[in-house]
Write a protein that binds this ligand. Sequence first.
Ligand code: TXA
Ligand code: MG
Length: 316
Amino acid sequence: MITKNIQQAIFHLDQGDLIGMPTETVYGLAANALDEYAVKMIFEMKQRPFYNPLIVHIRSVEALDEVAMDIPSVARKLAGKFWPGSLTMLLKKRSIIPDVVTAGKDTVAVRIPNHPMALELLSKIPYPIAAPSANPFCRVSPTEAIHVENYFGSDLPLILDGGSCSIGVESTIVGFEGEEVLVFRLGGVSLEEIAEVEEKVKLVNHTKDSPEAPGMMKKHYAPRTKLLLANDLLLAAEENKDRKIGFLLLQKKLDPNQFPVQYILSETGDLKEAASKLYRTMMELDSQGLDLIIAERMPEYGLGSTMNDKLTRASE
Ligand code: TXA
Ligand code: MG
C-alpha cells in the first residue's frame, strides 16, 4: 500500500516490519536498525548476501555519537557541510548496532537523509533506520514509490510516498584513513564538492570488488535490456544497426527520423537534473521492448562522473 501516513509507517517499524521509505537519493527498504530480526528480513527480501552491510540513517548530527565512535575531525567537518544529505560515512561502530547490519565489520555506514518525510519519521522514533536501496539485488534503484511497489509491493505492508527523489542517485560513500578522505562509491555529492571541504581526498578503485566496500560490485544498477556506454553514439548505432535501439542522452538530440527512441536527461545539459532522472529513465527505456540501450558518456566531472560510474556498471 502506498501512503503518506507517517504515523502508520511508524506503527509498522515499531512492530518490526519492513517498509518502503523515501530519501532524497533513492527509496530505501527500511527497518529498525536495532532490531536484528527485522534487519535479517531486509537481506532476505532483497536477496542480498549477508556479507554486504547496510547504511544506518540517523535523525541528527547529535545522534551520530550514539551509533559511532572515534570520529575523526574531518568527518565532523563533512557532516557539518553535507548533512542532512547524500554523503554516507564509514565510522567505527558502537556495539548498539547489531553485527548483522554491518556484516560483522567494525565500521558502520551512517548518513542523515535530506528528505522532509524521512526526517520527520526519524525525529519521531527512538531508533535509527537501516535501509539499503529498495531494489532486488543488482537491479536499478527506485526513485519513486511506484518503483518500490513494482519490486516488492506484495511483500511490504506499506510504502511511504515522498514523491520523486530529488537527487536520484545513491549517496556518496566515504571512509577515513587518518585525516584523508577515501571515496568508495560515487553518488549525490561529487568529488569536487568534497575536495572543497578537505583537499586530501582519494577515489578508491571502486570498479573492483574491494574488501572495504563489498557491495560496490562491478555489475550493478542493471536494466534487463543490454546497455552500451558509448563514446561515439553514431558509431555505436552503426555497429548495431540491425537491432532495435533506444538512446539515453544528456541533451544532444540525434535525428529523430533515423532514431525514433531517444530519452533526454536534461534539455540544458544540467548534470544534477540529469542525475535525478537517470534511473527512472533507464527503467522507462527498459520497458520499451528494445534490443539495446545506447547511453551517451557524460562529461567526466561533478555528477557526470557519478553517472558514468553507474552507467559503466549497468553495462558490464
Ligand atoms: O543513498 C543511499 O545510500 C541509499 C539510501 C536508501 O540511503 N542506500 C543505499 O544502500 O544505497 P545500499 O545498501 O544499496 O548501498 C550501501 C552500500 C553497499 O555497497 C555496502 O556495501 C556499503 O554501502 N556499506 C555499508 N556499510 C559498510 C561498511 N561498514 N563498510 C563498507 N561498506 C559498507
Ligand atoms: Mg543499492
